[in-house]
Design a protein around this ligand. Structure first.
Ligand code: ZN
Length: 442
């Protein structure tokens, strides 16, 4: 079994374009770590309003002066050619070249990640100093461009790991495996997801069953989600919640982005649970942290409340989402095994809360005689605990889940769960997966 960082070191430099041989290689390698079912969708296959693109391969790409000095070579770094670039060979003017030569807007020394999956254009990428040198060079008016790429029929692949629970109701985890020669976006998410799946499988083997079924999807960004969902429409009604995992190796606290349905149990449960799991972490609404495959799950006709967990820097940071984003500087060197391990713990903690989240049903009527049950908290020595205990007990009515209570009271899920467990041990409440109102009907 490889560590997360070992796995990333092995896979990161592959040219994992959305439909490509290297994407497949990476997926097959992951299938050696955990049992993966691989779904295939051929080029041209309709997926709702989309179609599966062709397989793309870059055989060779370079830029030379007419004097034969090689300025850019994709053999030095895969990002020197834009992903899904058209093939092109010819002599071009400096102006034409500059229209097709991309640089990173923020990082002068980096080669940017540029993709044109559906636009159909050719292009090269360089650091800012090379572009500057070309735009100022008085001697070289013309340049030789060679881009040998091929577009051919292939199959888009989606890896699926299922961990069956007692219920067919499903919690979906997802991460994207595409992006050539980059590590944090999103191999770190893939590695954390695989490690999480491994822990859940082990938990099951050790005889502590899961209530929900967990389904982990490893896919090429966007089109992979659309391909999978459009070919598994019958599973969508069972998908009760989801979590997209991305950018979990860099040095920032956790960021939990809410779903399109902020009042869903998934949102209330996961956001209140994060407070306890990473006190430095923050929560923010849908589409305000980063956009990714969770958009396909939250979209019309699907509407799975899928949140996303990342280490995107807080709003206002000039290097948001993180400094090396979409560039040749996004290498395994910016990742740390401990940070990814901490993210695995957070994901497992969120899943634990999701498993525990139930309606709290009262066996009592009226206010509980706390002293009689030995649960009274002295308001003189612990005023906050006293108030919380009463606020929580007041909401144990068969109509509030633990997550509802935590969100209403603005406290962590775990705080409420501890009190509920105490009440449960005194047989004052019981837990139910469905609503059980106990107030008389009027
Ligand atoms: Zn990306």
């Amino acid at each position: 079994m490889a560590s997360m960082l070992e796995l990333i070191n092995e896979l990161w430099y592959l040219q994992r374009n959305i439909v490509s041989d290297d994407f497949d290689r990476a997926l097959y390698r992951l299938a050696e770590e955990v049992p993966v079912t691989i779904h295939e969708y051929p080029t041209g296959e309709p997926c709702w309003t989309w179609r599966v693109p062709e397989k793309w391969t870059c055989h060779e790409a370079y830029l030379e002066t007419l004097g034969g000095e090689r300025l850019i070579d994709a053999a030095d770094h895969p990002l020197h050619v834009i992903s899904y670039s058209l093939p092109f060979e010819g002599i071009v003017s400096r102006d034409e070249l500059l229209q097709h030569l991309h640089v990173h807007p923020r990082l002068p020394e980096a080669v940017p990640f540029v993709f044109k999956y559906y636009e159909r254009d050719w292009g090269l990428c360089a650091d800012q100093s090379l572009r500057e040198r070309i735009s100022r060079s008085p001697a070289d008016e013309k340049y030789r461009v060679v881009i040998r790429t091929s577009f051919e029929p292939g199959t888009l692949k989606v890896g699926e790991i299922t961990i069956p629970g007692e219920s067919e109701e499903t919690f979906v985890l997802a991460a994207h495996l595409c992006h050539p020669a980059m590590a944090n976006d999103d191999l770190s998410g893939v590695a954390v997801a695989i490690e999480t799946a491994r822990c859940l499988l082990e938990r099951q083997k050790s005889g502590s069953p899961l209530h929900y079924t967990y389904r982990l999807l490893i896919l090429p960004e966007t089109i992979g989600s659309v391909a999978y969902l459009s070919h598994h429409e019958h599973l969508i009604p069972q998908m009760k919640a989801g979590l997209f995992l991305e950018m979990l190796g860099n040095d920032s606290p956790h960021a939990l982005q809410g779903s399109f349905q902020p009042a869903s149990q998934a949102d209330l449960c996961l956001t209140t649970a994060l407070r306890h799991l990473d006190p430095q972490g923050y929560c923010a609404p849908y589409r305000t942290v980063i956009g990714n495959d969770e958009r396909q799950f939250n979209a019309p006709g699907v509407r799975v409340p899928m949140l996303s967990l990342s280490r995107v820097e807080p709003a206002g940071s000039p290097t948001r989402p993180y400094r090396e984003y979409h560039s040749s500087l996004d290498t395994p060197e910016i990742l740390a095994e401990e940070r990814m391990q901490a993210s695995v713990e957070v994901v497992l903690g969120l899943i634990e809360a999701w498993e525990q989240n139930q309606y709290v049903v009262n066996n009592f009527k009226g206010e509980i005689f706390c002293s009689g049950y030995g649960i009274w908290v002295d308001y003189r020595t612990n005023p906050d605990g006293h108030r919380r205990l009463f606020e929580i007990m007041e909401r144990c009515d068969g109509e509030h889940t633990i997550a509802d209570i935590a969100a209403e009271l603005d406290v962590s899920f775990q705080t409420v769960f501890e009190i509920v467990k105490l009440l449960q041990s005194k047989e004052l409440v019981w837990l139910s997966r469905s609503m059980q109102p106990t107030a008389p009907r009027r």
